[in-house]
Design a protein around this ligand. Sequence first.
Ligand code: FES
Ligand code: FES
Length: 167
Amino acid sequence: MIIRFTLNNEEKTVDVPATKRVIDLLREDFDLLRNKVSCYQGACGSCSILLDNCIVSSCSILAFELKGRTVVTAEGFMKTEEYQRINHIFQKNQYDPCDFCRWGKIFAIHEFIHSEEHIDSDSLTRALKGNQCNCSSPTLLLSVAEQIVKAEKKINTGRKHERTARK
Ligand code: FES
Ligand code: FES
């Protein structure tokens, strides 16, 4: 089946077999290797991408379902200013998760930033819970995520006020 979709800001056309999964399409056909495969069952978060700006497990979606939609992978998100700010706060806190859990955490934080969720440790814990990680501190993750969400929401509120003032 031939599908067209947007991948990291570029229009793509690709012929996909009916049973091919998105993670395999990204890794095999587009050489986008930063998003990893671990459980292959939608349970660990390693293969997380943004689909129409929502976090999804790309091992749980068939490639043909991308038709007409917008995908951002780790490689695409790394080019954004938001990523630079997130990474800065990671580094400031000496928090450096590996690629097996990094992108699930970053995309979960990204989704939280753009949601109406109240910022507290319960809601942040819920947002981050789909990411399995045995080798970094969950307490540090919560602290880092809270710092990022607060900083980003402040920036977004400032932008909204600027836009309102210009009208
Ligand atoms: S590999 Fe997709 S959720 Fe684990
Ligand atoms: S799985 Fe490697 S740091 Fe989380």
